[in-house]
Design a protein around this ligand. Sequence first.
Ligand code: PMT
Length: 224
Amino acid sequence: AASGPLAGKKVIVTAGGTVERIDPVRYISNDSSGKMGFALARAARAMGAEVTLIAARTDEKPPQDPDIKVVRVESAQEMYEAVAGRWKACDILIKAAAVADYRPKQSAPSKIKKSGETMTLELVKTTDILESLGKMKDKQFLIGFAAETGNAEAFAKDKLVRKNLDLIVANDVAAEGAGFGTDTNIVSIYGAEGLVLDLPLVSKDEVARRLLGLAAERIAGAAL
Ligand code: PMT
């Protein structure tokens, strides 16, 4: 059996950007490369956890580790179903994925043809995965990410409370070397008590190790 501070824990990590189809050849997505989520999956595994990585569109292939179970999804709805179906057995959920807040109301079954000078796309809200699961929380330790472009602290704290999270990782995605696509990140981690850890520019691997270290500590503390 695996050893380490997360041995015996079931960890779910989501990564990448969801794809919301307009038609079979077009979609709405975002710049998430999957790197932050992949780093988290690797770090959780190295700490002994049983890891499921739920990956939407990513730039690179997910880790090729036989001990990391990879589930590919496309849309926010598919990601929701993949996470919700594994929720009861889950000990730690980390939502590093960039999930679309809106999707096209209709996804056309065949390629939309060019016609008028303008075209209107009607969007509807997606399910907020974290918020839905936050409402069904019992033993699970829930970690969210907040991608902000300013005022990160206030927005992150609001998300922590609204989504019933144990920790939230705020990254200012407008800062050089942080956020989407990079191998590094700059984060501030908040808990219910306020700021827990400020990390300067470090690798996403280092962010992952420090974040999971905090989660392991808090879970062990709660079990005493
Ligand atoms: O993939 P990389 O290129 O490495 O980039 C990493 C990252 C910038 C994508 C990552 O560090 C990050 O910040 N991920 C969260 C991006 C995001 O969607 O933030 P948000 O503030 O919109 O959402 C807050 C939280 O709610 C997130 O944990 C998100 O997964 C979750 N959410 C959002 C919408 C939704 N419908 N369901 C959700 O669960």
